[in-house]
Design a protein around this ligand. Structure first.
Ligand code: PLP
Ligand code: COI
Length: 339
């Protein structure tokens, strides 16, 4: 791994040594298999390919100063993958299988966990899809569960430097009673138009509004949204956003430092009232936002007057990363050491 420039890694795919796989056939899950191939044979009529019957997860392994590898809240990812599986009528991977897969794939690729202090981490990508053949629109009777890993740097190239984002008004990523609360590929396909347009026009990401009324904030591309108003942490409550494990953790951390937390509808106009705003997620960690522009009205909201992240966002960022890398005590029991 000598040739990897850990400190310069983008959020991208880098080949590692192994991935792990399990198959659901005839009503049961197989034993976990280890593979050194980046490819897999898939039936041409698999429902995952045709009808989007698939879900994925994203979590990270962090190398500590003490040389120990830590996983952050992996049970929450296991549970969310089960929710996604239920939502799309897929076979549900048992928590034990998820755990064995995630821990094994990290151990097998130990040398790809970026060293402490480089700011990088090992991204873990569990994937579940209908592998059984169907032509009519129906759930498959066979499923494949696989987990690969790849070392990554910051999701937004700006890292912890504030980004600009664009309010998307001419497309929605998820319908009010749709699949937005599940981590399924279709939501990301639906977000591509708005995301690519935002990139073309110089923004790091799109900010989606509620699809029904276009009045409330939903989420920021592949991350939840939060705003800080005085001593209060505000984040949208919505049926069509992903329940972010990072956001849930930030809410707990905010409370632990004496802040008030409000999870409720956030009207777009309220953007004018926040002292700080940011996007949060496993990949993005906390990405402070310095500017939000409405793609239709042209209205602009500005933050980070001195060009730097706000005080509260910076504090929450340090607290969260401190726990993830094992620099700070873990009072909530969020971290598991991979032995
Ligand atoms: N929202 C979307 C659409 C995402 O893809 C992600 C990433 O997983 C998040 C929010 C953040 O969720 P988490 O903090 O669990 O990674
Ligand atoms: C994550 O934060 O894990 C995400 O899901 C982002 C991703 C879709 C690249």
């Amino acid at each position: 791994m000598e040739d990897i420039e850990w400190g310069k890694l983008p959020f991208g795919y880098l080949k590692t040594d192994f991935n792990v796989r399990a198959y659901f056939r005839e009503g049961e899950w197989s034993k976990l298999e280890i593979s050194d191939s980046e490819y897999m044979p898939v039936h041409i009529a698999a429902t995952g390919l045709h009808y989007g019957q698939q879900a994925f997860e994203g979590l990270k392994a962090y190398m500590g100063k003490d040389g120990k590898i830590r996983l952050f809240r992996w049970e929450d990812n296991a549970k969310r993958m089960q929710d996604s599986a239920n939502g799309l009528l897929m076979a549900v991977p048992p928590c034990e299988l998820f755990k064995e897969a995630v821990f094994s794939v990290v151990r097998l690729n130990r040398s790809f966990v970026p060293p402490y202090g480089t700011g990088a981490s090992l991204y873990i990508r569990p994937l579940l899809f209908g592998s059984g053949k169907r032509v009519g629109v129906k759930p498959a009777d066979e499923y494949m569960f696989l987990v690969f890993v790849t070392p990554v740097g910051p999701y937004f190239k700006e890292g912890f430097n504030p980004v600009s984002i664009q309010i998307a008004r001419d497309s929605d990523r998820a319908a009010p009673l749709g699949t937005g609360r599940y981590k399924v590929g279709g939501n990301y396909a639906a977000s591509l138009m708005a995301g690519e347009r935002a990139h073309r026009e110089g923004f790091a990401s799109a900010l989606f509004l509620d699809a029904r009324e276009k009045k409330y904030i939903d989420e920021a591309g592949p991350a939840n949204f939060f705003g800080i108003k005085g001593n209060t942490y505000v984040t949208p409550a919505s049926e069509s956003i992903l329940p972010s494990i990072t956001n849930k953790s930030l809410m707990q951390l905010a409370e632990s430092i004496g802040m008030k937390v409000e999870r409720r509808k956030v009207p777009v106009e309220e953007l004018a009232e926040f002292d700080e705003v940011g996007a949060c997620g496993t990949a993005a960690v906390i990405s402070p936002i310095r500017r939000i522009v409405d793609s239709v009205t042209g209205q602009e909201y500005k933050y980070c007057k001195d060009g730097k992240a706000g005080e509260v966002s910076s504090k929450l960022y340090r607290l969260l990363l401190g726990i993830q890398y094992g620099d700070e005590p873990d009072p909530f029991g969020w971290v598991t050491v991979v032995d």
